[in-house]
Design a protein around this ligand. Sequence first.
Ligand code: ATP
Length: 304
Amino acid sequence: MEYVLETRALGKQYKSFRALHDLNMHIPKGAIYGFVGKNGAGKTTLIRVICGLQEPTAGSYSLYGCQNSSRNMAKMRRRMGAVVETPAIYPEMTARENLEQQYRVLGLPSMSGIDGLLKLVGLENTGRKKAGDFSLGMRQRLGIAVALCGGPDFLVLDEPVNGLDPEGIVEIRELILRLNRQEGITILISSHILDELSRLATHYGFIDGGTMVKELSAVELERLCRKAIHVKVSDTKALLRVADSLALPCELCGGMEADIYGEVTVTALVEALSREGCTLLSLTERDEGLESFYMNLLGGERHA
Ligand code: ATP
């Protein structure tokens, strides 16, 4: 697998406080990587380190295979755009002027990409309106457009939907999907809003206490979270025969218990078990989403 970003035992120590410890992260090319963790887990610190705003105190990372200690890192970092904490925009300037300013900062020879960028983020009709008078969602989209100047193929967004109203959230979601699917940009998003992340992410990384607790793809997560009924029966061999005859995937969980996946008709299941001389002792439904997966993994509060 080709990784845009890989960290190896990354650490960041602030005096006696260890904000990141032994952190291993793998962002595959083309992914929308959802970075999940509680307040203070270390998400922003990790983002600041990989953006070159802070130096790690242990371990290493590579961007497109280039080590952070390499001389080529500055060049490689130009392939990366980021919106960290608040968007880097000038409130007294219009959207276009903000982008022109960023083009100048980057020393880009031609301003010809600006129209396309404004259109891409849905700010092409904002005219003379100053960024300071934009809604939060518009400011966030302008921040993303600024990060896209120079045509990066890796975009890092720290809490991009924080504080946005539902309409603003949908606009950012559509923009992120467009950037990923149409422009082929790999995206790292940190977010507290698990429901929102689950609509976007192709991969997840769960951080706790500065350490990566688990990384997995959305496909793996879906498999772990798929709807199931958990049963306890008097005879698991009979259960497996019945599940087979009803074409229901069934996984034994130890003891006399099992998870059955798919659309289960309880009456048909009970009748079929009974024909095999097997008694259904208990049955509970399980429908785990990202939030309960997170809760089971890390415990704690309802929101990340
Ligand atoms: P949030 O969702 O609240 O932004 P986070 O996961 O982004 O949380 P970080 O901002 O990375 O968390 O902070 C991780 C820990 O490091 C926190 O306990 C924070 O207080 C601490 N920390 C961050 N910056 C510094 C600093 N400059 N000096 C000392 N401690 C710091």
